[in-house]
Design a protein around this ligand. Sequence first.
Ligand SMILES: [Cu+2]
Length: 263
Amino acid sequence: MDRRRSLILTVVAAMLAIGIGVALSYAIHWFPVEASTQAKNTDRLYHVLVDACIPIFVLVTTVVLYCAWQFHMKPGEELKDGPPIHGNTRLEVFWTAAPAVLLLSLLSYSFVVLHDNEKRPAREIRVGVTGQQFAWSFQYPPSVTGGRPVQSFQLYLPKGESVRFELHSKDVIHAFFIPAFRLQEDVVPGITVTYRATPDRLGTYPIVCNLLCGLGHSLMRTSVHVVTPAAFAAWLKSQRATSTAGGAAATASSGTAAARASG
Ligand SMILES: [Cu+2]
């Protein structure tokens, strides 16, 4: 096969590989459902990064394979040397500038997305999150409950309302991770770490500890229930009622958590 035909064949194969790669990145559903506005931004960022990486990966692989195919040593050429080449300024400027521009643009876009995800909204509710070996608990201050504070082992959030989580740890470092919200923060003893999310899809999603924190680490999970604002108000009311009734519910659930942790 002459050089021209092999080059055309290689370019066509590379285009095909890019097409298949990009199609696969969209066709396969890699992540859990998106249940927050931040999740949508994060997934879009992921797709931009992947779509930028696939052509580069294909380009590098294609050049390597093409060179191995076209320029490999033939029998009898063992002692031959390649032509002496002493740099090519134009080429070097290009292969330094092009990746620099690409990396800087991806970096800027990532910065904008992460900054957007963390942006303080006009209105937000505060929810305390406490991590301890091996359970999560959630504290709703009077500013949210409109009465006495409420403590729960299940996280309830109203849909469409921005939430500022304030994370505390009672013992070691944990990582508060809600996969459906795509956000994770380390929960470090002695400091308060904050974390924002705006749930925008009704449903129940897992909350996990994503940092090995001891023997019961794998049991350190609970659920977030994203409910309508009316259902959230009703839930808060029911929690306030049980906490007025002597904290029986809280004691019962802490018993459950302890049993879970020791089991
Ligand atoms: Cu943990």
